[in-house]
Structure formats: structure tokens, C-alpha cells
Design a protein around this ligand. Structure first.
Ligand code: NAD
Length: 349
């Protein structure tokens, strides 16, 4: 087991983890722990080289610092990446080794699920460290985060409606959901139950057919879906969908969905503002999952009722972002960053 530090400006700790016996090659980045231990998921991808993995882990861990700060959690930002093919390289021993590395940081970094990492992998990690959250409900953990992310989006959408229409009433509004997976599917149902006119699109046509028959959603094809006229367009599939090609075609009053990194580039937040389209920064709106796992770390352990209450504060967080954007005449992406940085600065003092 070999752990070595990589010096990166602006990051508290970045380590390379290598274990010859299991073939593990991973990086763990702790961006900032001013507000608390660095929490962030573990992902596994066949990165072409370590530089590519490093770029990813640095970007993602910094993002977690901002996400937790805006969500008003006492958590810092961290992330880990395993370099390998998730289809062929996973073994229990690999995750046991990863657990030892996470443990060696003594709680500075707390890990969780991310891309290509499942509960079984995390269970193996937990054999060697207690710094893991988001395991099964049966094991006393908080379970699958997706329904909680959807709940958070629901509260965020109330803030969006209030900003658009002066009232947070959802009934009678229209929302287009791109991607009716774990989060988008749950969100569609929550909105439908509240009288929202829900339109869906997904590349999984069988799922779209089943859901529309079951719940009466309107359906639009994936091709050109973003040009549908609705109050809110909610991207809940992949990132980068808001870009130079799609923005001119948008016919919504707001963009507010769960997908991570919806903007292809930061400047697209300004493009939305210039067109009078309200953008709910993705990491503010989709914080329900992290809030839910955070509640595991509270005294007395996870309590669903307390978690749901805390998730409802996404409404307040988003309202704060909109207010900063309005009063300082900046786009909402920059406003969210300011909110996060102010909280971290205040804590530093
Ligand atoms: P998921 O894989 O369960 O669902 C994604 C859905 O999008 C699938 O139904 C898929 O068929 C569909 N899809 C993929 N590409 C599409 C396309 N081009 N057009 C239309 N549909 C497409 O994923 P999820 O867990 O629901 O997550 C959705 C998004 O929210 C992701 O960007 C994820 O990173 C983000 N997110 C999820 C959580 C969570 O708790 N699951 C938390 C924060 C952020």
C-alpha cells in the first residue's frame, strides 16, 4: 500500500493511492474543509491516464465544496476516483484496499456513491473504514438518494415559480422533464400530484410509453425537445445540454433540473440571463441527495423526517441565490458561487 501526496494550489490535500497486490490506482482530493470534513462520492472510470483522472477529481471536489456550502451543511468538498474499467476491474479486494486508503485520512474525507460505484462496492469499502455514507437503509444508513434529490428539486421548483410568478404555487404550471430516470421519474410524479402539467422525454422509449400511459404525462420526442413551450425545462438526464446550439431554441421561462453540469460552459449562465431565462444552478437544486447523506452524520444517526425537513431548505437556498443575482445584477451561477464563498469566508473568520 503506497500513498503519496500531490501538491496542488488551492487544495488542502490530494493523494495518489496505489496498491500493487490489488492493482488499485486511485486519487483522493480534499478541496476545502473549512466547514467540515470533505464529503463526496467515489467514481470509477477507465481514464486514459492519471492526468485525466486528476483533472476530474480536482474539478469534482471543488464543486462539492460549493454544493455543501450553499446547502448550509457543515461539510467540505472532496471526491475520489478509481482509475479502471468498472466492468472488468472490480474486485472486493480492490475496494478493501480503497477502504484502507480512505481510512488512512482519518475522517478528513468521507466517501459515498458516485458514477459506476454501487452499494456492494461501498459495503466492501466499509469493511476497512467507517468514513462511508449512503449505504442501504437496512444497514442503518440513508439508502438510495434519488427520491430525496427529487424532493429537493420539488422545493427548488417552488422557489423558481415564486421568482417567475410571485407565488410558489405549482398547480397549473407546466414542466418539461428530460430524462425520467431515478430522479426525473420521481420528480414527474411529485409534480403531477401537485397539479403540474408534466411533459416528459427520454431515450428509453418503452419507459416513456409506460409512464405516460400510467400517469397521463404529455410526451415529446428527444430530438428538439428543448424547444417545447413550458414554464420550466428540467434537464434530469445528462450534463452539457445547455449550450450554444440549444439556448437559441429554448422556449421556457426557467431552466431547473437535477442533471449535474447542465451548462456546457460557465458563460452559458450569462446567455440564459441575457435571454430572460431564469437558471436554477444545478448544484443548488440537486442537493437533496447530499443533504440526505449528511443527516447520517448527525447525533443519533439518520432520521428521515429530519432529513426531509432539511431538504425543504433548498427552497430558501435558491431564493437567496435569486436575491443575490437580482440585487447585484449578476447571473445566478455567479450568485450561487458568491453565496458559497461568503459562507466559507465567514467560517474562516
Ligand atoms: P438515471 O440514470 O436513473 O436516469 C437518467 C435518465 O435519463 C434515464 O432514464 C435515461 O434513459 C435518460 N437519458 C439519458 N440520456 C438522455 C437523453 N439524451 N435524452 C433524454 N433522456 C436521456 O440517473 P439519475 O440518478 O436520475 O440522475 C439524473 C441526473 O441527475 C444525472 O445528471 C445525475 O448526475 C444528477 N443527479 C442525481 C442525483 C441522485 O440522487 N441520483 C443527485 C444529484 C444529481
Amino acid at each position: 500500500m503506497d500513498i503519496s501526496e500531490i501538491q496542488v494550489d488551492g487544495y488542502e490535500k490530494v493523494v495518489r493511492c496505489r496498491d500493487e497486490e490489488t492493482g488499485l490506482h486511485a486519487l483522493i482530493a480534499v478541496h476545502d474543509t473549512t466547514l467540515g470534513p470533505a464529503l463526496g462520492g467515489m467514481r470509477m472510470l477507465p481514464y486514459v491516464n492519471e492526468d485525466e483522472a486528476l483533472f476530474d477529481v480536482l474539478r469534482l471536489s471543488k464543486g462539492m465544496t460549493y454544493k455543501s456550502a450553499v446547502a448550509d451543511l457543515n461539510l467540505g468538498g472532496g471526491k475520489s476516483v478509481i482509475i479502471g474499467n468498472p466492468k472488468t476491474d472490480k474486485t472486493p479486494e480492490l475496494f478493501h484496499a480503497m477502504g484502507r486508503f480512505v481510512d488512512s485520512l482519518g475522517g478528513l474525507y468521507i466517501t459515498a456513491e458516485d458514477m459506476n460505484i454501487g452499494i456492494a462496492d461501498l459495503e466492501a469499502v466499509r469493511e476497512n473504514t467507517r468514513w462511508v455514507v449512503g449505504l442501504s437503509r437496512e444497514s442503518g444508513s440513508s439508502g438510495n438518494p434519488s427520491p430525496y434529490t427529487a424532493q429537493g428539486c420539488l422545493h427548488g421548483l417552488r422557489a423558481v415559480m415564486e421568482e417567475l410568478f410571485g407565488t410558489d404555487e405549482l398547480s397549473g404550471r407546466s414542466v418539461l422533464i428530460q430524462g425520467v430516470g431515478a430522479v426525473g421519474g420521481a420528480l414527474a410524479l411529485l409534480l403531477k400530484e401537485r397539479g403540474v402539467e408534466v411533459t416528459i422525454c427520454d431515450i428509453d422509449h418503452a419507459k416513456v410509453k409506460r409512464l405516460s400511459e400510467q400517469y397521463g404525462y404529455k410526451v415529446v420526442p428527444e430530438e428538439g425537445h428543448h424547444t417545447t413551450e413550458v414554464d420550466v425545462y428540467a434537464p434530469c438526464a445528462r450534463g452539457a445540454g445547455i449550450n450554444d446550439d440549444t439556448i437559441p431554441g429554448l422556449r421556457c421561462k426557467a431552466v431547473a433540473g437535477s442533471a449535474n453540469n447542465q451548462l456546457l460552459e460557465p458563460r452559458h449562465a450569462q446567455d440564459l440571463k441575457d435571454r430572460g431565462i431564469l437558471y436554477a444552478p444545478d448544484y443548488v437544486l440537486n442537493a437533496g441527495g447530499i443533504i440526505n447523506v449528511y443527516m447520517e452524520l448527525q447525533d443519533g444517526g439518520y432520521d428521515e423526517e429530519a432529513a426531509l425537513k432539511r431538504i425543504a431548505t433548498i427552497y430558501d437556498n435558491l431564493k437567496k441565490v435569486f436575491e443575490i443575482a437580482r440585487t447585484e445584477d449578476i447571473n445566478t451561477r455567479d450568485a450561487a458561487a458568491r453565496l458559497a464563498e461568503r459562507r466559507i469566508r465567514a467560517a474562516k473568520k
